[in-house]
Design a protein around this ligand. Structure first.
Ligand SMILES: Nc1ncnc2c1ncn2[C@@H]1O[C@H](COP(=O)(O)OP(=O)(O)OP(=O)(O)O)[C@@H](O)[C@H]1O
Length: 253
């Protein structure tokens, strides 16, 4: 059985003035431990699909199941979400931010914040406040907070796009390493094709609105065995980049 199944998903947004068809007949499956990316022209419905997978709202038609359970009908499926903004609470310390999800789950464990801080490569900043950390450090805290609740799947919506290039490359390596270590399944939405290739096992390319699954690309094994930073320097990376880039350009015309 596949870990995640998206089946016959259509979504239309309705307002008083208009109906916007965002997604049309999306069918895809993801295996346990797999890292996939969603890419495609702006407005093709990537974030809509990610929100539906997160169970934030129900699609107009179709279902999303994780290990056979409908994500919309099961509140206890733990799904981690990491966004472009870190959404740390400014009035709470780093430790409180990391253990917030655990408090909600009534599973608080004091040593977990310091262990996770170490795992994400941060010094002991438990007692500091988010404003005292750089953007890259705050995203590391956001990653620690996401992992603290031991989610079944991680949904990453442009989590590195607000960072400077060097921090972005470092965070890509860190996230990739941590997800492998914890054997997590993850979906990344990104505008950065290079990032998608460097981090993923498979890439789903969507066509313009209403978004449909246009093509799926397997990332070759020789790239998957490397860190994202190393992958960017591999010859297979450049050939896959050229191939998908051409497809993207043809879709944007
Ligand atoms: N709440 C909403 N109400 C109405 N229309 C919406 C809403 N959210 C998104 N849309 C529309 O649905 C379509 C898909 O939007 P979505 O944000 O999912 O695309 P995207 O591929 O993530 O875009 P981008 O790459 O620009 O972030 C767009 O045409 C958008 O304008």
């Amino acid at each position: 059985m596949n870990f995640l199944n998206v089946s016959k998903v259509h979504h239309t947004y309705f307002s008083k003035e208009a109906a916007t068809e965002a997604l049309q007949d999306i069918n895809l499956s993801i295996n346990k431990g797999e890292f996939v990316s969603f890419i495609g022209p702006s407005g093709c419905g990537k974030t809509t699909l990610l929100s539906i997978i997160a169970g934030l709202f129900q699609p107009t038609l179709g279902t999303v199941k994780i290990e056979g359970q409908d994500v919309f009908e099961n509140d206890d499926l733990s799904i981690g979400y990491m966004l472009q903004q870190d959404y740390l609470f400014p009035w709470k310390t780093i430790e409180e931010n990391i253990t917030l999800g655990l408090k909600l789950l009534k599973k608080e464990n004091h040593s977990i914040a310091s262990k996770l801080l170490k795992d994400v490569g941060l010094p002991p900043v438990e007692k500091k406040y988010p404003r005292e950390l750089s953007g890259g450090m705050r995203q590391r805290v956001a990653l620690a907070r996401t992992l603290a609740v031991n989610p079944k799947i991680l949904l990453l919506d442009e989590p590195f796009s607000a960072l400077d290039y060097q921090s972005k490359l470092k965070l890509e390596d860190l996230v990739s390493e941590m997800l492998k270590e914890y054997n997590k399944t993850a979906i990344l939405v990104t505008h950065d094709l290079g990032e998608a290739i460097a981090m993923s096992d498979r890439i789903f390319l969507f066509s313009p609105r209403p978004g449909r699954l246009y093509k799926t690309f397997e990332v070759p094994e020789e790239i998957r065995n490397l860190t994202p930073f190393e992958a960017r320097g591999h010859s297979s990376y450049s050939s896959l980049f050229q191939l998908i880039w051409k497809e993207l350009e043809s879709l944007e015309q």
